[in-house]
Design a protein. Structure first.
Length: 110
């Protein structure tokens, strides 16, 4: 059961601030978001996408993939944290605390 340790399971957070002034900028922005979504990332906030990974090795694969389709301009940050760290997040809607919306346990069929 060590494979499901909250210290082994990882979360990748991708933060981005991309220009949207020209038609070309908007297209690059939309393409970047679509590629993140195709790779299993979900929107956490408008410019923050997250992805759950079973291990640091799996996270490294997805980080390399994100790096392969970085846009030509703008700023992108990639952060990898453990499930234990992600579980300590405090979320608020205004001043009202919110429960984190995290996916359930994923099954492995091998």
């Amino acid at each position: 059961m060590d494979r499901f340790s909250e210290y082994r399971i990882m979360w990748i957070l991708v933060f981005f601030d991309l220009p949207t002034e020209t038609k070309r900028d908007k297209k690059a922005y939309a393409e970047f978001r679509k590629r993140l979504q195709r790779d299993g990332f979900t929107m956490f906030q408008f410019s923050i996408y997250v992805r759950h990974c079973a291990s640091s090795e799996n996270a490294a694969v997805h980080i390399r993939r994100v790096k392969s389709f970085l846009p030509g301009s703008g700023q992108v940050g990639i952060l990898c944290i453990t499930d234990k760290q992600f579980g300590q997040i405090e979320l608020y809607s205004g001043r009202k605390p919110q429960a984190p919306d995290t996916p359930g346990q994923q099954l492995e069929l091998f």
